[in-house]
Design a protein around this ligand. Sequence first.
Ligand code: DX5
Ligand code: ZN
Length: 236
Amino acid sequence: MREFLIAPSLLSADFARLADEIRDVTAAGADWIHLDVMDHHYVPNLTVGPLVCSAIRPYTTVPFDVHLMTMPVDPLVGAFAEAGANLISFHPEASLHVHRTIELIRSHGARAGLALNPGTSLAVLDHVMEMLDVVLVMSVDPGFGGQAFIPETLDKLHLLRERVDTTMQRTGRPLLIEVDGGVKASNIARIAEAGADVLVAGSAVFGAADRAQAIGRLRDELGTVKEGTGVAAIEG
Ligand code: DX5
Ligand code: ZN
C-alpha cells in the first residue's frame, strides 16, 4: 500500500493567528507543515523569514517543510536550519551553484529538496538527483496560493515517478515526490496516481472552517488510489 503525506501550506492560514493555526492543523492530522518563503524578487509576493519560522516552530512537533522562493538561496539556508526547518527546498534558477546549495543544506542537518516550476525541465535533476531527499513539483507558477492546478503537471509526474523509482533502487535511500499548487479533494487522487508522495494543500485546508474535516476528505480521496498506479499505469 502506498503511503501519502499531507502538508498544509501556511500561506493560506490566518497570519494574525499563526500559532493557533499550526496547533489546529497539527491536531487535524497534518504530516508536515509547509512554509512558503517569498522574497518579492524571485517571486512577486513577500512572506516570512527565519524569525517567524523560529517563532512558530515550538507550536508543533511535525516536520517543517520550508519552501524557499528566494534569490539568492545560500545566505538564508543556515538561518532557516537554525529556525527549525527539517526540509529546505529551493528553485534551481535561483542558485548559481545547485550542487553547492544542496550540500550546504545537508551540512546544516536539514533534508534537501529541489523545486521545479511548471516550465522547468526534469533535466535539472541530472547529476544531483541522488543527493536529494525531495523533488518538489510545482503545479502552479510560484508566488500565490489559491491558483488552479496546471493539468500538464500529470505527465511530468508520470515521467518523474519512473526516474525516482530507478534512482531509489540504485541508492537504496528514500526520495519523495512532493506536489505543490492547486491540490484539492477533486484532483488529489489523480495527482497521487501520477506519482506524488507528499501533497501540499494551502487553500484546500486553511480555506475550510473545519481543518480536520478538510484533511479527512483529502485522505479519503487518497484511499481510493489504486495499487500499481504511477509508472505501471502508463506502461499499460
Ligand atoms: C505557491 C506556494 C504554494 C501555495 C499552495 O507559490 O508554493 O505552497 O501555498 O497553495 P494552494 O494549495 O492554495 O494552491
Ligand atoms: Zn510552496
